[in-house]
Ligand binder design. Sequence first.
Ligand code: GLU
Length: 267
Amino acid sequence: MRRITTIFIAALLVVGLAAVASADRLQNIKDRGTLICGVKDSVYLFGFVNEDTNQLDGFDVDICKKFADKLGVDVEYKTVTSATRIPMLTQGSIDVAAATMTHKFSRDDVIDFSITYFMDGQKLLVKKDSGIQSTDDLAGKRVGTVKGSTSEKNISQAQPEAKVISYDEYPQAFLALKQGKVHAVTTDSGILAGLKMSDDNPDNWAIVGPYFSAEPYGIGVPENQSNLRDFINKSLVEMWNSGEYHELYKKWFDTEPQGWEMTTWPM
Ligand code: GLU
């Protein structure tokens, strides 16, 4: 009887240890041989479908590929929206989210974030010569943005008298602007620049206003996965120190990061 009990306890220990091991997401990724990365597919410059290659492309897409390369695994992309990226992380269907996501304390309740890897702020995209210069001019006007974004909250605070209409994706908000259904589109200035550039006549549109929010982007990682978060942070710092980060930044934004530096610490 004693022997059976000992074997039973030993078996429980093995099962328990296996459970602990598989709870380490970084180890899961290595065992699986694939990093599953949540990216946008309709945000030009960050995560979008390249029409020439029919593949996902953009700054966030490239950053995720670097993580996979550093880990020596393949990368698999799953598309996320502003509203689905956090639930997809908490449900475990993606390992990380590189998806124009601002690090906010309120989002920290359910997921964790890497160090800041991109810095932006919120502005307005309007028709050229619309007369709209800032959020002050949006009282009583309709403004398009996206569900689940910080942008929809920020604009309601900055201009409580604006009527905010939230779409699933930014191109839908831009289409509404083109159709005269909204007077402005609002979100981070880099995303607005991408929308403007994606139009056949970019000069018809203007990005206006002072920044009215700070939007430090972080890579989203599942809650309490220290090894994975450490790996992502270390990779970002390595990319910054080696110049790989600046190469990618130049590739997509044709400039150097301005007025902001990644917080790094010694290896
Ligand atoms: N960076 C903002 C956010 O995380 C707006 C852009 C987006 O919707 O992804 O909500």
